[in-house]
Design a protein around this ligand. Structure first.
Ligand code: ADP
Length: 500
């Protein structure tokens, strides 16, 4: 009777639970926001107990809505905000410090020092990552150094480190399982993505005792059974970080397939198959998943300001009342009228990595209207994504055949058409754009035979709309030249070391 899969999606601002049927359709959904803590400038924390209570709360709610009991569930899949770092007592399950969130910059001085010591190349070769406070390793080191007695207790094996997936599974299994999967491990700066194990040399560099680390298990495979009352006996069978889960949920199973999530920022991942491509263009190499038949890898690049530029049109400029209105406003003009917005509000991410860049509007004339600004804002989302994809092409040599899309702003048809035009490849929007939770459900479903194989999952993936490129090549080239010129004006804007 086990006809459903539960996908738990523990995100940065909310916890979500979704029930899927065998066709991949959403049967029920529940969501709960939780509190963000900003104890100091640049610090971001979550309360671990709230992460767990909100997540288990929405799981119950989704099951109740769908009228299901634990015995109706074939498995649970878990996906999570990545890099967020927790440390807790094995004996009591009590956290020794709040969760340090991926956005937290408190370890910037540490990563600067490691860079100054010439260690970046070493970290990049072993982990696929760059040295940045974003990742878990230096956050864990910080907790060990700043919590009374933590280091000694960690060395004695009394403490457990985990990303959010580990924390949820620990709680779901009543403290029986201390595990993570390779996608989450690959975001810690501690995991060798080629060897598929924690890296002793890096552990030594960051002074992390092995005794705190979770066991790394497959992204698809039963790793425990839930004990929490409302889910008793249900196997936990899928784990992946949110972006990797979305790649899986988009059925990007072949090397060269890519997805872009258009949210506040944009997250692009391209499957590179069994090969971990070491980036020469400032992208990250990361584990896509380990579904038991060997690890597969992805290249990843993020754009800091994506859909957020539309929020700025709404809240900063006041030219629209809702994000949706941006489409009609932009459609009111024929083209961008020579106007380019570079929304480097907080610097530029991949592939430019310029923390000193700031936003710019170029090419304004007396004839510029709000319509042109709306168009330029939407186009900036597509240009930035195209820059990341160009870097992926340079790194991997792989020609993109199509781009699969999800996230809030993929509802914008004008943006999607422009993205196809500027890339020269079709942009494909699926019917179910809840790809993150779905991806976790797929990984779990695959492990317990709910879906026989990846082909069966690919069959549930259905197209909503394909945007075919329709722009002449000269026009595309001219637009990209304009964008590149505008970018130059935004880069290196504020003085190095200055905060404003
Ligand atoms: P997140 O998960 O990062 O909060 P979502 O996937 O919910 O983001 O997407 C929200 C973002 O998408 C917002 O920044 C919003 O401005 C943008 N957005 C939503 N709908 C549209 C639309 N129709 N056109 C353009 N942007 C949109």
């Amino acid at each position: 009777m086990r006809q459903f899969i539960l996908g738990l999606d523990q995100g940065t601002t909310s916890s979500r639970a979704m029930v899927f049927d065998g066709e991949g359709q959403v049967t029920a959904i529940a969501q709960r926001e939780f509190q963000q803590h900003y104890p100091r400038p640049g610090w971001v924390e979550h309360d671990p107990s709230e992460l767990w209570s909100s997540q288990s709360g929405v799981a119950v709610e989704a099951l109740t809505r769908a009228g299901l009991r634990p015995r109706d569930l074939a498995a649970i899949g878990i996906t999570n905000q990545r890099e967020t770092t927790l440390l807790w007592e094995r004996e009591s399950g009590r956290p020794v410090y709040p969760a340090i969130v991926w956005q937290d910059r408190r370890t910037a001085a540490t990563t600067d020092r490691l860079k100054a010591d010439g260690l970046e190349e070493e970290f990049r070769k072993r982990t696929g990552l760059v040295l940045d406070p974003y990742f878990s390793g230096t956050k864990l080191q910080w907790i060990l150094e700043h919590t009374e007695g933590a280091r000694e207790r960690a060395e004695r094996g009394e403490l457990a480190f985990g990303t959010v997936d580990s924390w949820l599974i620990w709680n779901l299994t009543g403290g029986r399982e201390h595990v993570t999967d390779a996608t989450n491990a690959s975001r810690t700066l501690l995991y060798n993505i080629h060897a598929g194990d924690w890296d002793d040399a890096l552990l030594e560099t960051l002074n992390i005792p092995r005794a705190v680390l979770p066991q790394v298990v497959a992204s698809s495979g039963v790793c425990g059974e839930a004990e929490a009352s409302h889910l008793t006996g249900v196997p936990i069978a899928g784990i992946a970080g949110d972006q990797q889960a979305a790649l899986f949920g988009q059925a990007c199973f072949e090397a060269g397939q890519a997805k872009n999530t258009y949210g506040t920022g944009c997250f692009l991942l391209m499957n590179t198959g069994a090969e971990a491509v070491v980036s020469r263009n400032n992208l990250l190499s990361t584990v896509a998943w380990d579904i038991g038949s060997g690890v597969e890898y992805a290249l990843e690049g993020s754009v800091f300001t994506g859909g957020a530029v539309i929020q700025w049109l709404r809240d900063g400029l006041g030219v629209i009342r809702s994000a949706r209105e941006s489409e009609a406003l932009a459609a009111g003009v024929e083209d961008n009228g020579g106007v380019y917005i570079v929304p480097a509000f907080s610097g530029l991410g991949a592939p430019h990595w310029d923390p000193y860049a700031r936003g710019s509007i170029s090419g304004i004339t007396r004839g510029t209207t709000a319509g042109h600004l709306a168009r330029a804002a939407l186009e900036s989302i597509a240009f930035q994504s195209a820059d990341v994809l160009r870097a992926m092409h340079r790194d991997s040599g792989i020609e993109l055949r199509e781009l699969r899309v999800d996230g809030g702003a993929c509802a914008n048809n004008l943006l999607m058409q422009f993205q196809a035009d500027i890339l020269g490849v079709p942009v494909v929007r699926p019917q179910v754009t809840e790809t993150t939770a779905f991806g976790a459900a797929c990984l779990a479903g695959l492990a317990v035979g709910f879906w026989k194989n990846r082909e069966a999952i690919a069959e549930t993936w259905k197209t909503d709309r394909v945007f075919e490129p329709a722009m002449a090549a000269e026009r595309t080239a001219a637009l990209r030249r304009g964008w590149d010129r505008a970018l130059e004006r935004a880069k290196r804007w504020i003085e190095q070391g200055s905060e404003d």
